[in-house]
Design a protein around this ligand. Structure first.
Ligand code: AMP
Length: 442
């Protein structure tokens, strides 16, 4: 299938080729004809599938044909970074059409936004809080909005934005097209969809699609050795850009500092930073000034860096869907990528949930010297103090073949003994059955 069938104006078609898009992604192929026909849409798709262009292109095509000056499309997104990325896509795809866009979010002054409203904009891309602020101050009129996009609705729900969204909806005309995108569809999102969409077309992009391009491995490791293992791995596998996920803001900052000290061009992206710092960090990562970015989930939401070579889950996320979302930052736009996750005793249940969601087991690798210790977590620290300056042992990474299905047998795991299966065997690099692995480690 090609973009030709959508009959975009020659200007938009030229912009599409300039972006390097040769053919529509599955979500574009399925959603765009319906959106162009004016249907409401419920899109189950995550970042990395090309969903932004799937809603931006039909909007640009329609808006660029008619007179400008009023806000005719509103995109609501959970984070400033995502709002900026959506805006970037609009800017690139609408170049030369005369359409004007503005991003609206907190943490920056209002004047720039007010000035753009006064000059006239057709597309507003906004985070809920600041948008509501402007609406309450009558800075902005949304009664000519024809299309509303709610992007990453599940994330907006997690961040507590639904009451604000319901307030925003009151400022919009009832007669409009609404497009709602979400990576997951828990009951609250389904309810919002029922309340806001009329006879929607549902497009579901299966989680497996982006995952096929991503090689995934799990590395069992004790908590105290994670940082040393990370440095060890990065020394051997870091050949492009690496996105590392940390559970906490403090952890992200601390880890970035350690990596920096170890000689990597590393930076942290976490919620305590000012908008300017965040933007600078993201641009630095995109441009290659930093090649390692340590981020928390919320700060990283919507990061669109197309050349992330590998994602490392230094800490596992709290849901299986979030795992899929994280690793989808690599292997984007049909490039291959890899995802490495460090797993500890208490991650066993989460690994099970991730494997259940994917309907397959994920390969375990052991790195000699870093295998998860077999003792209960409480005893680890007392008995085995970390060697100063990291692991002294020569370390090698090996594949334990098909044997490993469980994360270990510490007190906190739910691993049960299953005779005849190797799944409960301790991860021990020295016992590993097969050499070599996708990371080219030896
Ligand atoms: P998104 O899911 O909207 O965040 O898009 C993920 C990445 O895919 C972005 O870097 C887009 O520029 C890129 N992309 C979107 N559509 C296409 C396409 N048809 N062909 C190749 N890349 C695309």
């Amino acid at each position: 299938m090609s973009f030709k069938q959508f009959k975009f104006t020659s200007q938009i078609a030229a912009n599409i080729s300039k972006c390097g898009y040769e053919q529509p992604t599955p979500i574009q192929e399925q959603a765009m004809p319906k959106v162009m026909d004016g249907y409401d849409l419920l899109g189950l798709a995550q970042t990395g599938t090309g969903k932004t262009a799937a809603f931006a292109l039909p909007i640009i095509q329609r808006l660029s044909k008619e007179p400008h000056g009023k806000v005719r499309a509103l995109v609501v997104a959970p984070t400033r970074e995502l709002a900026e990325q959506i805006n970037e896509s609009f800017q690139e795809l609408a170049k030369g059409t005369g359409l004007r866009t503005v991003t609206v979010y907190g943490g920056v002054g209002k004047n720039g936004q007010l000035q753009k409203f006064r000059q006239g904009v057709e597309v507003v891309i906004a985070c809920p809080g600041r948008l509501l602020d402007h609406l309450n101050n009558h800075d902005l009129n949304l009664d000519k909005v024809e299309t509303l996009v709610l992007d990453e609705a599940d994330q907006m729900f997690d961040m507590g934005f639904f009451p604000d969204i319901r307030r925003i909806l009151k400022h919009l005309p009832r007669q409009r097209q609404t497009l709602l995108f979400s990576a997951t569809m828990p009951a609250d999102i389904r309810k919002l969809a029922d309340d806001t969409l009329t006879d929607p077309v549902e497009v579901r992009i299966k989680l497996e699609q982006p995952l096929e391009l991503i090689s995934q491995v799990l590395i069992p490791v004790s908590k105290r050795q994670k940082a040393t293992l990370l440095i060890h791995l990065l020394k051997q596998t870091h050949d492009g850009s690496t996105l590392i996920f940390s559970r906490t803001k403090y952890g992200a900052k601390n880890l970035a500092r350690k990596l920096d000290k170890a000689g990597f061009r590393a930076a942290a992206l976490q919620g305590n930073m000012s908008q300017n710092q965040r933007q600078r960090t993201l641009t630095g990562f995109r441009d290659g000034d930093f090649t390692v970015l340590v981020a928390t989930d919320i700060a990283a939401r919507g990061i669109d860096v197309s050349r992330v070579g590998q994602v490392i889950n230094f800490d596992l996320p709290s849901t299986a869907e979030a795992y899929t979302h994280r690793i989808g930052r690599t292997g984007r736009a049909e490039r291959s990528g890899r995802a490495v996750s460090f797993i500890c005793y208490d991650d066993h249940a989460m690994i099970k949930a991730i494997e259940r969601l994917q309907g397959r087991s994920i390969e375990r690798l052991t790195v000699e010297g870093f295998a998860m210790e077999t003792e209960a977590p409480q005893k680890q620290q007392r008995r085995q103090a970390p060697p100063r300056g990291g692991a002294k042992k020569k370390t090698t990474t090996r594949r334990p073949g098909k044997q490993a299905r469980s994360g270990g047998k510490g007190r906190n795991t739910q691993a049960k003994k299953r005779p005849g299966k190797s799944s409960n065997k301790k991860f021990d690099g020295r016992r590993a059955s097969k050499k070599g692995n996708i990371f080219g480690l030896s």
